[in-house]
Design a protein around this ligand. Sequence first.
Ligand code: NAD
Length: 501
Amino acid sequence: MTSPTPSTVLNHIGDTDRPALDGRTLDVHNPATGELTARVPRSSGADVSHAARVAREAFGAWSLTPAPARGELLLRAAALMTERKDAIANVMAREMGKRLEEARGDIQEAIDTAYYAGTEGRRLFGRTAPSELRDKFGMTVRRPIGPVGVITAWNFPVAVPSWKILPALVCGNPVVWKPSELSPESGHLFAKCLWDAGLPPGVLNVVHGQGDEVGAAIVAHADIPVLAFTGSTAVGRQIAEIAGRQLKRVSLELGGKNPVIVLPDADIDLAVDGILWGAFGTAGQRCTATSRLIVVGSVGEVLLPKLVERARALRIGDPLDPTVQVGPLVSARQQERVHAYVETARREGGQVLCGGEILRTGALARGWYYPATVVDKVAPGSTLALEEVFGPVLAVLHARDLDHAIAIANEVQYGLSSSIYTRDVGLAFRAIERIDAGITYVNAPTIGAEAHFPFGGVKATGNGHREGGWAPYEFFTEVKTVYIDYSGALQRAQIDNRVDG
Ligand code: NAD
């Protein structure tokens, strides 16, 4: 396989592609081979100020463009994304290591979101309610807010940004977006579909660079009143603090430590399929990845040998090879971090049933690979039971019964996704009611969100907002209440008008 020449990606501000104002750049490397894939601007606060000013200038005309017309533009962009899906997927696989099939799924999620958001331009419903006074009408309308700062993680370079950017745009807000410095090019190609579809200049601006420079500048900028962030809980907390001082509207989608509970009556083969896909798909680098398996009673005796056999057989390698099932981790740093978690688990009494060593043989030595790893006998409260690993490492915990399993599921600070395998509908409903999570699957893995349902988590996974489906349109608009009095007389509400007796 010949490697393509590295790309040069530029910022896009207004209608112009441009380098960082001070000319600095960042390199992006293929995690499967270490090769240089792209060079992007390492922008600074000055580039963000420029983009924020341009977005602010574009706000007036965009906010007054009829919402159905804004939506039609997204529908045109969806058609372009469909045409360019394979090309963008190829770039994505090279720059961040996602298998091609999964990369195409990432872009398809954005296409689905574009179709949903595009038609939302014909809804954006307000409400009416009867007035308490005669000859008076009351209703609400939704108004755009202003430039939205979007900051996103590397692991879904197109899908996750689309969940924020497309609803923000159809609601009439311009956007200043910083893609992750680890997956900037595929994100840029997604944005290009919108520019090529005819988005007016200044409505979507992309500023590349590092989190502590570009990201921090977006968070602090006074002209950006709305922030939509996906990333780690640690960075999300910092953003909430800084943005809170300026009373910005902030949506945070953060980390997860997602459990699968398997009850003794479950279809074991179905559970094994789901756990493998949830834990080792995208090499475990999903916010919804299955990172804890909670086996109830003696079900582990049947399930674990099957799971370990299948995990050992997973084919690891270059994500461009269609026979490969698990690609690399995103960086050397992440590889070290994942391995450190396994070492800590060993010290804390966990038993590694498979994997657990960095792969350094043959072609795998060139990239940042880690094998599918299952660690049994992880104690509740231990490091591997509580902390997000973001790699192909599954912690197995043992529970006496369903209530004990739910208590273990709920012991972490996070609450994004969760799953239960059982044939007993009553027990499934008990789990749905009691697991602290934004998503619960029954007889399905923890991953696989659909674009038209709300997505997000509870506790330290976020701050109460949801993306996907109908949820984000509330976040990206302000409600205005309108009263129309056609009585021709002064009518006083909030005055006691009632005559007693
Ligand atoms: P990260 O927090 O390191 O970075 C996320 C983004 O924030 C990047 O663009 C980064 O450059 C930027 N950033 C870093 N420091 C910043 C700062 N001080 N100010 C502003 N921006 C800053 O996360 P990551 O490693 O890119 O992604 C992995 C994390 O994302 C995991 O915790 C994962 O669970 C989470 N994630 C959550 C969801 C979700 O929807 N809940 C989806 C995908 C990923």
